[in-house]
Design a protein around this ligand. Structure first.
Ligand SMILES: Nc1ncnc2c1ncn2[C@@H]1O[C@H](COP(=O)(O)OP(=O)(O)OP(=O)(O)O)[C@@H](O)[C@H]1O
Ligand SMILES: [Mg+2]
Length: 266
């Protein structure tokens, strides 16, 4: 197998006006000096789904968490992250506001132990929104966008914890959407779900592409090839290849990418 430090990289680039967020020379160090991400340079296109793939420990979550400053307390992050003309890796940005614009959905559904409605209104109320009619409207809009409304419209005041895992995950998406983000980061959002729930979640994500940009870590190659427009391949903390998903899966340029894709599809 080729040495990663000598491996060529094949990184697709977009025109400036197509990009919504981009990183330049992004490196992450844990415990002060242990480097786990090496100069990632990636640009993400507006209103697309990008899959981040690669073996366990290759740095996918590490990279994803940088994009809304979730690594602030756990790692040193060097480099630039450009979003609306601003380097959001600089200290003087409002991280709270940033996370409203760049929402995150985690591997395990994590609804609050509250009603379905309160899960969605919680952050809005904390931001001072009191208008009941407006809150009701956002609850409905968000649940519709997350393809959950029809399933839960008659039990909005029931506990979110009584929902199935797949419904909980779509509720977590609805909760993020209620804050009107531009970008959703998803870290293996379907890995705790059964195949039927996974398929519903994938349909939901595909519908959301009309209005949102999504960046999603997945271990499931079939899933990446089914729903993503672009795919980035991570290997030992390096992004080795980034291209249209169909190119990555049918005609990868790098030897290491090809080995990984072939092995994963088995
Ligand atoms: N908080 C942390 N402290 C120290 N090391 C960490 C921390 N988080 C991740 N790492 C290390 O950084 C490397 C990359 O981890 P990361 O979680 O980004 O990988 P990943 O590609 O998401 O893997 P997986 O597919 O297993 O989720 C691994 O070696 C991991 O052990
Ligand atoms: Mg991970």
């Amino acid at each position: 197998m080729q040495n990663v430090n000598e491996a060529p990289t094949f990184i697709h680039q977009f025109d400036q006006d197509e990009q919504i967020i981009s990183t330049k020379d992004l490196s992450v160090f844990y415990g002060g000096s242990i480097q786990k991400l090496f100069g990632a340079r990636l640009q993400f296109k507006k209103k697309t789904i990008t899959a981040l793939i690669g073996g366990s420990g290759s740095g996918k979550s590490t990279f994803l968490r940088c994009l809304n400053r979730m690594n602030d307390k756990v790692a040193r992050v060097d480099g630039e992250i450009w979003y609306h003309g601003l380097d959001i890796n600089k200290n003087n940005i409002n991280v709270y506001q940033l996370r409203k614009n760049i929402g995150m959905v985690f591997q395990k559904p994590n609804p609050f132990p509250k009603s379905i409605r309160e899960n969605i209104t919680y952050a809005l109320k904390a931001n001072g929104e009191k208008d009941k009619q407006k809150l009701d409207q956002i609850v409905e809009e968000s649940l519709r966008a997350a393809a959950l409304w029809d399933e839960v419209k008659d039990k909005l005041d029931k506990s979110a914890l009584a929902m199935s895992g797949g419904q909980q995950q779509r509720l977590c998406i609805a909760r993020a959407l209620a804050l009107k983000p531009e970008i959703l980061l998803l870290d293996e959002p379907a890995s705790a779900l059964d195949p039927v729930s996974t398929s519903k979640l994938e349909d939901t994500l595909k519908q959301l592409r009309t209005d949102y940009t999504m960046i999603m870590v997945t271990h499931n190659m079939q899933q990446a090839s089914r729903i993503s427009d672009y795919t980035a391949f991570f290997h030992l903390g390096h992004v080795l290849e980034y291209d249209k998903t169909e190119n990555i899966f049918t005609n990868p340029k790098g030897e290491i990418t090809e080995d990984y894709i072939r092995g994963s599809f088995g």
